[in-house]
Design a protein around this ligand. Structure first.
Ligand code: NAP
Length: 436
């Protein structure tokens, strides 16, 4: 019997699940269902355009897609084109690998003003995700406040402050490049609600902020402790402690750095939590409250200060999109180490929440494969792919195959202006037009 598995979502967690299944079982048929015509999830839509090396991992996903046991169904949306119940009727196992695409709301007065843009939307916009093509962020401002001090916040600060020359060899979308490079932005503020030693950025990403052509980091040395305080250090793994110490050393270097002739500034501010977005209709500033740290948590001191800015980008995490028939808690699916119930599994951010790097998804794929074999054995003879093809054909759904995607990719590469690697299409209609 052939074990049939549908994986919903073609990002890293979906591909690692397919890889693990292929390693575990010979007689398996894996269909990867993706709502966009383009595969790879956050590798295409999330990883920063100037981090090309990180995207090379897609080569191994392509190899997986080429295995005869795997088929890619692009441009097919769970819920709209095919329901979860139908898929569970067709396949022995269904794996949810849909990530966490919704911005966690800031939840403070004024966060509905024009000019407050969640980071999923903003990054999606500059990376060519069709859902955000028409975002039109109000970039006509000299100052931007980014809330959060994780790697996503650093990505945004860097993309906003790099020069056109620094971005020339990247796949930043042309419309975003035009808008960002025409913007009068001079100051980007990055706010951490806790102290410098709680910041979550990786050291490589942080160091980049000190190496930009026309942007200098700005930091008050009093904000950087000499070392990680003992009570915080005692709660950290050795690895985390080493990374945080490196971050503190980098921040100390930043504090002593001369901006030289650089026109832009990225201000690192710690122990500052947002309390209100200011302005009449459109963002005109942000009110921050100074915090002190108690047992690792930020506690408001009542002392506030205001920063004038026209754009606020909360980079404070994500929620998964709800799926009919699946229960959610705190923005991710309820599951037991990925198992929602026998026959239905979660991997990646819809399983664990939005944390970890690309490789952190590998163990999820391995666990899901083990659970599937445990629960479904060699399969119950469900029709799988055949049934899916019938439904999609009957409903006239335009499926984008992996070969179709390769044609879209080739068109993006051909359209690129050297030295950019590709000129991404930002609309589904543009992608499908390549195939007509
Ligand atoms: P993150 O690392 O969890 O950072 C989130 C930041 O938001 C933290 O500083 C957090 O502060 C802050 N925050 C949360 N709620 C807040 C609130 N209500 N008010 C103010 N601040 C708040 O998440 P991320 O940056 O979204 O990244 C997601 C994952 O992707 C991470 O694991 C990251 O490493 C990974 N990633 C990696 C790369 C890379 O390797 N280059 C690039 C992008 C993303 P607290 O610590 O106080 O909660």
């Amino acid at each position: 019997m052939t074990l049939s598995v549908a994986i919903i979502g073609s990002g890293p967690s979906g591909f690692y699940t397919a890889e693990s299944l292929m390693r575990t079982i010979d007689d398996v048929e894996i269909d990867i269902i993706e709502k966009l015509p383009t595969p790879y999830g956050l590798i295409r839509g999330g990883v920063a355009p100037d981090h090309a090396k990180t995207k090379n991992v897609a080569r191994s996903y392509e190899k997986t897609s080429r295995d005869p046991r795997v088929r890619y169904y692009g441009n097919v949306t769970l819920g709209a084109d095919i329901g979860l119940d139908s898929l569970r009727g067709m396949y022995d196992a269904v794996v949810l690998a849909t990530g966490a695409a919704i911005d966690r709301p800031l939840g403070i007065p004024g966060d509905d003003k024009i000019g407050v843009l969640g980071v999923a939307a903003f990054v999606g916009w500059y990376n060519g995700h069709p859902d955000f093509r028409d975002l039109d962020p109000p970039l006509d401002t000299e100052a931007v406040a980014v809330i959060g001090v994780g790697n996503v916040a650093v990505d945004v600060a860097r993309v906003l402050t790099k020069t056109p020359q620094e971005m020339a060899a990247t796949d930043l979308t042309d419309y975003a490049a035009a808008a960002i490079h025409a913007a009068p932005i001079r100051d980007v503020y990055m706010f951490g609600r806790r102290a410098a030693h709680h910041a979550k950025f990786s050291n490589v990403e942080l160091r980049e902020m000190g190496q930009l052509d026309d942007s200098a980091p700005v930091l008050d040395p009093a904000e950087v402790p000499e070392d990680v305080p003992e009570d915080a250090a005692s709660t950290m793994t050795d690895r985390d402690l080493r990374m945080i110490r490196r971050n503190l050393a980098t921040l100390r270097e930043f504090a002593g750095m001369e901006p030289g002739g650089r026109a832009k500034r990225v201000h690192f501010r710690f122990c500052a939590s947002p309390v209100e977005i200011l302005g009449a209709g459109r963002v005109e500033g942000i009110r921050m409250e100074r915090t002190r740290i108690e047992a690792g948590r930020a506690v408001g001191t009542g002392e506030t200060f205001d920063i004038a800015c026209g754009l606020v980008i909360p980079a404070i995490g994500y929620y998964s999109e709800p799926i009919d028939g699946v229960s959610f808690d705190g923005g991710r699916s309820r599951n037991h180490d990925g198992r929602i119930e026998p026959g239905l599994y979660a991997v990646g951010w819809i399983k664990r929440g939005p944390s970890g790097v690309i490789g952190s998804n590998k163990p999820d794929g391995a666990t899901a494969a083990e659970q599937i074999v445990e629960d479904c054995g060699a399969g119950a003879g469900k029709p799988g792919r055949k049934a899916l093809d019938n439904v999609l054909q009957a409903d006239n759904i335009r499926v984008v195959s992996f070969d179709d995607w390769k044609r879209i990719e080739a068109a993006e590469e051909t359209a690129a202006a050297f030295p950019a690697p590709r000129r991404k299409f930002g609309r589904v209609s543009e992608m499908l037009a390549v195939l007509d």
